[in-house]
Design a protein around this ligand. Sequence first.
Ligand SMILES: C[S@@+](CC[C@H](N)C(=O)[O-])C[C@H]1O[C@@H](n2cnc3c(N)ncnc32)[C@H](O)[C@@H]1O
Length: 235
Amino acid sequence: MQFETIPWRGRFGPFELKVGPATFRPSTISGLVADTMEVDEGSTVIDVGCGSGILSIIAAKLGARMVFGIDAAEGTVEVATSNAEAQGVADRTSFHEGNVFDPLPDGVEADLVIGDISGIPDPLASASGWFPAGLAGGPTGAELPMRMLEEAKRFLRKGGRLLLPTGTLQDEKSILDKAKSVFGTLRQLTERAIPLPTSLMDHPVMSRLVKDRVVEVSQRGSRYLWTARVWEASA
Ligand SMILES: C[S@@+](CC[C@H](N)C(=O)[O-])C[C@H]1O[C@@H](n2cnc3c(N)ncnc32)[C@H](O)[C@@H]1O
């Protein structure tokens, strides 16, 4: 497998991250989630959709006793473990390849679930090239996050928290409705308007998703923007 190194300039950065051909490259959302993350000293964390392991590494640096990172992309264990070693947190992280929570060892109960799993509509993921493994969120981008939400509570201790990024490039309302039905209340931690590449805005897939009201994009001058949000829910 061929690896590259890319820069991480977010929390605790700058440092380099190793990525493989199927690894998700950390995005603006990764930075937003990293910035809003609070971890109690000694806690257990699950990072579902961990990609390069960046958010697991941040959680370990913030004081987690153990972080379990899971991702379905090929090469996850090798890539994320190598990044954790380079950042001196390999003894507090454990990476697993597989579907959603399936590969977790028996009996894991977390104080925090980082729920940054793919949530971009499948056709938009293909058009954008943002997901090198082709692992997107389902037809509207809500299907996979909703499945993750249905399962997450089972792995949280009473009083445990879930961090959930959402945005207007997916059927956000369905995800938030599901999160409220599972967890009760949600607290918004942050919001950011993010420019959308013009090439993507001009793509026929995008026009269809906007027309079908699956995604929402606003215009400021000549720029197109979508909005990302990070939420917290308590079990
Ligand atoms: C938006 S990326 C976030 C990655 C990482 N948290 C970061 O900030 O760089 C979502 C991740 O979910 C993974 N993913 C997609 N479908 C999955 C599934 N069914 N089970 C586990 N992980 C999945 C993708 O491979 C991708 O790495």
